[in-house]
Design a protein around this ligand. Structure first.
Ligand SMILES: [Fe+2]
Ligand SMILES: [Fe+2]
Length: 264
């Protein structure tokens, strides 16, 4: 099974630019085209939050229009730039989204079980999973301890060393870590939010943060660094799972680059 992960498209109202500089809407279209031109078509596309920049109904309409071009099954989860109720309303016909409360869901129709945990607190930009969310996660994971599972959480639950994004990480991650650690069938935890590819060992599994389809957060590891982002090569993650090999995750750059050259 091949799962493509896009993240943080930050779709804006028609004609507006993200941060006044990036055409996030066109960049999402570029990402969709990229997926559809891959030599192996993903079985599923997972979009890990910040679908819109300000969570406005007009932005969700724009998102729906853009995502209409994606002829592959896809799953949508919210990020801190989304608005929970506007998100729910915009995708009212989507049957995996709960009709009230946090937007957690589990999809069990594929060889990989997808468990999406809503780490957003309305009105806040950092992540946090409350007791109800932790209970939901534990209960959901306990329903199948053997099937390979991918857990998706918008906010990475660790410090990256980039101080200005660490201020907005998932806070109080210890109870979450304890739950994840108690299951040995979690192939990976996949996140978005940090607009950059970051990987780490955590809770007995691997956490992979996916780049944004839009801008890239500056890699400034000096503790005194001030925040910035750049227009960089955008990318997505491709999580390839086979029964015999387990899951392998690839970074796939979006856009055209010189080549192909001879392999030898
Ligand atoms: Fe984002
Ligand atoms: Fe975010």
């Amino acid at each position: 099974m091949l799962i493509a992960q896009l993240s943080d498209p930050h779709v804006c109202a028609p004609g507006l630019l993200y941060k006044g500089v990036a055409d996030s809407n066109r960049l999402l279209s570029d990402a969709i085209r990229h997926l559809q031109q891959l030599d192996r078509q993903p079985d599923l596309v997972l979009i890990t939050g910040d679908l819109t920049d300000e969570g406005r109904p007009q932005e969700y309409s724009m998102f729906r229009e853009l995502i209409g071009a994606l002829a592959l099954p896809h799953l949508l989860m919210p990020g801190n730039h989304d608005h929970r109720e506007n998100f729910r309303q915009a995708f009212a016909e989507v049957d995996y989204l709960p009709k009230q409360g946090a937007l957690h869901f589990c999809i069990d129709d594929h060889p990989i079980r997808i468990v999406a945990l809503d780490s957003c607190q309305p009105g806040k930009h950092h992540g946090f999973v409350d007791d109800e969310g932790l209970r939901w996660l534990d209960q959901t994971l306990s329903q199948n301890r053997h099937k390979p599972t991918l857990v998706a959480i918008h906010h990475p639950p660790f410090k990256s060393g980039i101080n200005y994004i660490d201020d907005y990480r998932l806070f109080d991650a210890q109870p979450l870590e304890a739950i994840i650690r108690s299951y040995d069938n979690i192939e990976a935890v996949v996140c978005g939010h940090v607009h950059r590819a970051i990987f780490r060992r955590w809770a007995g599994t691997v956490v992979a943060a996916c780049p944004s389809t839009c801008t890239e957060i500056a890699l400034r590891l000096n503790p005194a660094a001030t925040g910035a982002s750049f227009m960089g090569p955008t990318a997505c993650l491709l999580h390839l799972w086979e029964p015999t090999t387990g899951m392998v995750s690839h970074l796939s750059h979006i856009g055209r680059y010189p080549g192909p050259y001879s392999f030898f």
